[in-house]
Write a protein that binds this ligand. Structure first.
Ligand code: SAM
Length: 297
């Protein structure tokens, strides 16, 4: 059930696990639990998943129930009715369960929309956040953090909430809609906790290709899924190098290695800029790598 719920909130139907859950003997109890924890849950009412996905999910469950000759609870049909009334233009959220945190993010159904990839959460973003969650609570005490290509904001939100003594978190990106969406996501998630302390964070424009002078002086630089376009690699590496030089900081960059040549080009660019890198040990079934990057001493 846990995986079915986890996948539901990131708009994935776990057909295999649903199939295992729904059997003629367990159906009534299981139906109630599925409804209460997914389509009919408080989380789905507050931060609804994409309506088309909601419908698809209900239809899958109904089909599985029918296949084992179980009576389908009326609530499923009522929820389908309610979903059909939701406009296609309404906002949709994905919710991620990370340790004790639930992070709900306004995301788009398409991987690329409005000419950007930054309105979605990418696999490397989830992995970087998971890796960060395994660091000691004091890891970022007094640290200034700059995140590059922060997208929908998963890593920023998790880190700001988890590490109470971060000096400042600067989440950057280059697309106006991405910056706006990220700001909203950060506010939605931080304001969820009524007594949350005031966190020092900023959402700023930082385009790796721009010559604009910045001085953030970060102790830590973070980035997830920012190595994807070979033509952007030199400017990305130059940005990392400038940021690390300001305060002799350390970068942690998590990448999904889709193209070996592009990734190799990134590593070579780091070396040409006298940046030392090492791979962090991190287990995953996805082709992700996390690099720790420092200035050569
Ligand atoms: C694949 S997305 C990753 C988003 C997020 N880090 C994640 O893992 O979910 C790449 C991000 O890099 C940003 N980006 C692309 N080109 C950029 C540039 N020249 N300067 C700064 N950010 C850029 C995009 O706007 C997008 O948010």
């Amino acid at each position: 059930m846990e995986k079915v719920v986890e996948h539901f909130f990131i708009w994935r139907t776990d057909l295999k696990r649903l199939d295992e859950l729904i059997t003629p003997s367990s159906s009534s109890q299981v139906q109630t639990e599925i409804i209460q924890r997914t389509v009919g849950s408080h989380l789905n009412k507050t931060f609804p998943v994409f309506s088309e996905f909601n419908l698809r999910f209900c239809k899958h469950v109904i089909r599985l129930l029918e296949n084992c000759n179980c009576e389908v609870q009326d609530e499923f049909y009522e929820l389908i009715q309610q979903t059909l009334l939701i406009s296609e233009k309404s906002e949709s959220f994905k919710s991620y369960f990370l340790g004790s945190q639930t992070i709900s993010l306004l995301e788009k159904p398409e991987l690329i929309s409005d000419g950007t990839t930054g309105l979605n959460t990418w696999t490397a973003g989830i992995h970087l956040t998971r890796w960060i969650s395994s660091q000691p609570r004091t890891w970022l005490d007094g640290a200034r953090v700059v995140e590059l290509g922060a997208g929908a904001g998963i890593t920023a939100i998790f880190t700001i909430k988890q590490f109470e003594n971060v000096e400042e978190y600067i989440a950057t990106d280059c697309h106006p809609l991405v910056l706006k969406n990220m700001s909203r996501n950060i506010e939605l998630n931080l304001n969820r906790e009524k007594n949350s302390r005031s966190v020092k964070y900023k959402v700023l424009n930082l385009d790796w290709e721009s010559d604009e002078e910045t001085r953030f002086a970060p102790d830590i630089v973070l980035g997830a899924d920012i190595v994807f376009d070979p033509s952007l690699v030199p400017s990305l590496v130059s940005t990392i190098s400038k940021l690390l030089c300001e305060k002799n900081g350390t970068a942690f960059i998590c990448s999904t290695v889709r193209n070996e040549e592009t990734y190799q080009g990134f590593l070579e660019n780091l070396e040409q800029r006298y940046l030392r890198w090492s791979r962090i040990s991190y287990e995953s079934s996805d082709p992700v790598q996390i690099l720790k990057i420092n200035l050569e001493s």
